[in-house]
Design a protein around this ligand. Structure first.
Ligand code: SAH
Length: 354
């Protein structure tokens, strides 16, 4: 069986190349081709000798996810549906930055499906398939980077990925080992700044500590979504295992770089977690934490009748948080016309033959 070159860390690739009788600096060239020039083919590595390329090709390959669907939103958001080697399907989203022409944020998946079953999220509703390998996470960024580089989006100016968010399908901290490898690859091989990478978690407390200890120091986003254990457990069953108090303690101890804050995502669901009392409680809960709050009016989900709060309610909620000296933004969900908005990544599973 051939080895996937993307499974290697930079050091491992050096060993692999040396074992082939090639000089170690060749590994750097290979890394450049795969992660910066974004090639999927060993044949394109023209600064390697033909002989070296043939040797490599005999025993290795470069994985590439199979793109089976692409969906462009009116607002410039593009959703990609990939099929993995074993037929599992995942989605990634390319989102134009609000500021900066030609600059994009990508939202990548960490699992095929999810075990968590949050009430408002579509991924969980379809169950868990499997964890992604680190290269399957990295591949999403490589593929979307290549897509942009070739200017397939605008057909004009070359475009760039500036930010990576692990907020797609799955719970990244339930796949910590592979996710962490991918994070290190983003920062140390692909040269993305750790400040421009955000991992979003539903709150797997022990793994937040591990991320702080072993991760490359990426930003942390926590999907809080409620202010009492009763409501949070109802909409996010994982809260029964890791209640709010323990979750916030882990946040307090997360090693934050100077001037950085933890993002608390709060999906506002009409009549469930959007009262004035909730807003006041949220202010109290986040006291003493370097926090910013991202309010996300609930996106429609076919399966459950969860109400989007009224615009007034959202603004009142925001006002109370601002009065409590919290930094708050309201997330305008992009790509909702193509089901690429928060929590909507899943639809294609329904059509998947079993
Ligand atoms: N498991 C991780 C990452 C995936 S969810 C986590 O929980 O953070 C990414 C974000 O989408 C979370 O903040 C989640 O609260 C939000 N989300 C999920 N379903 C949503 C919906 N229907 N409407 C709005 N936001 C949603």
């Amino acid at each position: 069986m051939k080895t996937n070159l993307k499974e290697f860390s930079a050091d491992e690739l050096v060993h692999f190349i040396e074992a082939l009788g090639e000089k170690p600096y060749r590994a750097k060239q290979v890394i450049g081709w795969i992660y910066r020039k974004l090639t999927f083919s060993i044949d394109e590595m023209t600064d390697l000798s033909k002989e070296a390329r043939e040797k490599l090709k005999k025993i290795s390959f470069i994985s590439s996810p199979a793109l089976i669907g692409i969906n462009k939103s009116k607002d410039g958001t593009v959703k990609f549906l990939f099929e993995l080697e074993d037929g599992e399907r995942i989605e990634s989203v390319l989102i134009p930055n609000i500021h900066g022409e030609g600059k994009y944020t990508i939202c990548v998946s960490s699992q095929a499906g999810c075990t968590l079953k949050c009430l408002f999220c579509r991924t969980g509703a379809h169950g868990f398939r499997r964890n992604l390998k680190s290269y399957e996470i990295v591949d999403q960024a490589v593929f979307l980077g290549k897509y942009l580089k070739e200017s397939l989006v605008s057909g004009s100016e070359p475009a760039d990925i500036t930010n990576i968010v692990l907020m797609g399908m799955g719970e990244p901290l339930n796949n910590f080992a592979e996710v962490n490898k991918a994070l290190w690859k983003f920062t140390s091989v692909m040269n993305y700044s750790k400040r421009r990478i955000t991992l979003s978690t539903a709150g797997i407390v022990p793994k937040i500590y591990e991320l702080g200890k072993y991760g490359p120091g990426v930003n942390l986003a926590v999907s809080l979504n409620a202010t009492t254990d009763e409501i949070r457990s109802r909409i996010m069953p994982i809260n029964r295992k890791f209640p709010i108090k323990e979750l916030l303690q882990a946040c307090r101890e997360y090693p934050l770089a100077p001037r950085r804050r933890i993002t608390f995502e709060y999906v506002l669901i009409g009549g469930v977690n959007d009262s004035n009392e909730d807003a006041l409680r949220l202010v109290r809960l986040l006291k003493g934490i370097r926090a910013k709050v991202n309010l996300i009016p609930c996106n429609p989900s076919n399966d459950k009748a969860l109400a989007k709060p009224s615009g007034n309610r959202v603004h009142r909620f925001q006002e109370i948080l601002l009065n409590g000296k919290l930094s708050v933004s309201i997330r305008k969900s992009k790509g909702s016309d193509i089901s690429a908005a928060c929590g909507q990544l899943k639809a294609e599973y329904e059509n998947k033959p079993q």
